[in-house]
Design a protein around this ligand. Structure first.
Ligand code: SF4
Ligand code: SF4
Length: 333
């Protein structure tokens, strides 16, 4: 299984007077120092907004293709699990043409992760049936939303649906079928890489669809679909907006709300957060991660016992500018 430090970072470029990524990051997870933007991964939710707006195309993401090639050269059986977004990306009706192309790349086989989506839907239905108390359940199907809750709304962690994702269900299914294989998940975005760190995960590598396209182009491999596929998994709808809620269908006693896009998701999360009794101090600490300026007592900066660890711990290497009012009072402390 791949172990790695950083999923997403910026290359060394001159960021002077740009700040487009900083302005567009929905969770303020970017700092610029010495004309170089840096992503603070402990805050980043891997939405890739910053990458889309960067005029210098400064993306530097985790690249697992060399490790996959290495496994193939060492005769390891490598199986691909493809997120159903591949249908739209390649304009095909099914997996057959892609399976052949991926075999030419060195994969032993390729399968549609919609198979994992069917298992995940069954799990959701079982969890809904067990739900006795009224409450809110937040889908954990999208890794970006899971990261948003974990890193920015931790008090809602208990509301995340306790189910493995489509990717994880499919990897477990494939590992039963091919016990010695290593599994590569092909995702429409990099956020799935964040799931590699989850306990119980059986995926070995994650690459994006765009990386797969570039890999095929480099090897001169194209996709030929001999004939349209007749059998279509309904669970492929997971790849479209509202797909999950449609697939779940009507469940007695459950009202569903489908939201898309970061703004809508945050509106809903914040509305739910207000229903909880949240400690104002802890909440202000959480909010301080998003703030450009913090007004606080001297102790939170200068007292080694009381300083705010999230900013001043040994691992915190950020540069801050302090405006100290009535500094003569410091001597008294
Ligand atoms: S990926 Fe999204 S959350 Fe992470 S730094 Fe970029 S814009 Fe911010
Ligand atoms: S958008 Fe790109 S060029 Fe601009 S500050 Fe961010 S990383 Fe630098």
């Amino acid at each position: 299984m791949q172990r790695f430090q950083s999923i997403l970072q910026f290359k060394k470029v001159s960021c002077k007077n740009c700040y487009k990524c900083v302005r567009n990051c929905p969770v303020k997870a970017i700092r610029v120092h010495d004309h170089q933007a840096r992503i603070i991964e402990s805050q980043c939710i891997y939405c890739e907004k910053c990458i889309l707006v960067c005029p210098q195309d400064a993306k530097e993401e985790q690249n697992m293709i060399p490790a996959i090639c290495n496994a193939m050269e060492n005769k390891t059986q490598v199986i691909a699990s493809l997120h159903p977004a591949y249908l739209a990306r390649f304009g095909v009706t099914g997996i057959n043409g892609i399976r052949e192309a991926m075999k030419k790349l060195g994969f032993a086989d390729a399968a549609d992760a919609a198979e994992g989506a069917s298992l995940m839907i069954s799990q959701y239905r079982a969890l809904f049936a067990e739900q006795k108390e009224p409450g809110i359940m937040i889908s954990s199907a999208c890794p970006v939303i899971v990261q948003l809750v974990k890193k920015h709304y931790p008090h809602l962690l208990g509301n995340l649906v306790q189910s493995a994702s489509m990717m994880q269900f499919h990897a477990s299914y494939l590992k039963k079928k091919y016990p010695k294989a290593e599994i590569v998940y092909v995702s429409p975005c990099i956020s799935a890489m964040s799931e590699l760190r989850d306990s119980g995960n059986e995926v070995d590598y994650v690459i994006t669809l765009e990386e797969l396209v570039q890999w095929m182009q480099k090897e001169g491999i194209s996709i030929t679909e001999k004939e349209p596929e007749q059998i279509a998994y309904r669970s492929r709808e997971i790849a479209i907006a509202d797909g999950l809620t449609d697939l779940l269908g009507a469940v007695k006693g459950i009202r569903r709300l489908s939201v898309s896009g970061m703004e809508q998701c945050r509106e809903v999360l914040e509305e739910q957060a207000k229903k909880y009794m949240v400690c104002p101090f802890e909440m202000s600490l959480d909010v301080s991660n998003w703030a450009d300026a913090v007004i606080c007592d001297y102790n939170y900066v200068f007292d080694p016992q009381a300083h705010i660890k999230r900013f001043f711990s040994e691992s915190g290497k950020e540069e801050y500018l302090f405006l100290i009012d009535e500094a003569h009072n410091l001597v008294e402390r």
